[in-house]
Design a protein around this ligand. Structure first.
Ligand code: FRU
Length: 281
């Protein structure tokens, strides 16, 4: 026993402010604990792109065996990740894409499909002329771009998006944007936010204005202790699962370290969680 780990994996998480990221790190940690041959070192970029760029550069100088990264934004992280990869260090990109293909593998769910599911769900539960607010995630990150595109497609010609804003994935920012929407529009029927913190922030704003009743709130992530709990408490109407991929990431890293080929793109599944009252429709 007491074997020294053979490999060091350095992980750069773009932030730990949102519960979904803490969940991903917990999932990674649990999966890694079953493999004494690896040592997993976590780094928090604190939602700071420059800090995340230098983290990747430091991993390369330190000569780690494998890099895992959830990039905050696509474009600015592309170059340091490409450099690391071209220097011969395998790079596993999780959840938010970079540009080009200078990385070993990308692991994540199909955000166009998730956005489309949310759009379809809203199209079938809102009135045909619904007035809709879309609170977008950080639009320099690919999941927000994809959720937006998928949402509009799924919505089709149901309703009208009367207000849209970039809330940067952040609950307080979503609450602020929803305050503006409420001030500008006397009638809002639906809020679609690109994540559950955003949907919850919007709900709190509407509730404080005495206008949450009868409004639909839909988010994405569906953590058991966050989005699903909000649905069960009747705050959100629906949320769509966005898996963290933690276990798959560790399994994939082990394969890469063992010299096996892995697919360039590993797609994770999703599922829908709506309030019980919608179930027998
Ligand atoms: C957490 C988060 C999640 C969202 C994901 C998208 O930082 O905002 O809520 O689903 O990032 O990359």
């Amino acid at each position: 026993g007491g074997a020294e780990p053979k490999w060091t994996i350095a992980m750069s998480q773009c932030n730990l402010g949102e519960p979904w990221r803490a969940q991903m790190n917990a999932d990674l940690k649990r999966a890694a604990a079953e493999h004494p041959e690896i040592r997993l070192v976590f780094n928090n970029a604190e939602n700071d792109t420059l800090k995340q760029r230098s983290q990747i550069e430091e991993f390369v100088s330190a000569g780690v065996d494998l890099i895992m990264v959830c990039p905050k934004e696509a474009q600015p992280l592309t170059e340091p990740i490409a450099k690391a990869y071209r220097s011969g260090i395998p790079v596993v990109v999780i959840d938010r894409q970079v540009l080009g293909d200078d990385f070993t593998t990308f692991i994540g769910a199909d955000n166009v499909a998730i956005g489309r599911e949310a759009g379809r769900w809203i199209a079938s539960h809102a009135k045909p002329d619904a007035r809709i607010v879309e609170l977008k995630g950080l639009m320099t990150s690919v999941p927000a771009q994809d959720r937006h595109a998928g949402f509009r497609e799924g919505l089709g010609d149901v309703g009208e998006v009367i207000f849209e804003a970039d809330m940067q994935w952040l609950e307080p920012q979503a609450r602020k944007e929803m305050d503006s929407a409420l001030a500008r529009f006397d009638e809002i029927d639906v809020v679609f936010a690109h994540n559950d913190p955003g949907a919850h922030g919007a709900y709190l704003a509407a509730k404080a204005a005495g206008r949450a009743e009868g409004m639909l709130f839909v988010g994405i992530d569906a953590l058991s202790h966050e989005g699903i709990a909000y649905v069960n408490q009747g705050l959100l109407d629906a949320t769509f699962e966005y898996p963290t991929g933690g276990t798959v990431a560790i399994e994939t890293a082990l394969k890469i370290l063992a010299g096996e080929e892995v697919p360039k793109n590993i797609e994770l599944g999703t599922s829908t969680h709506a309030q019980a009252k919608y179930e027998d429709e």
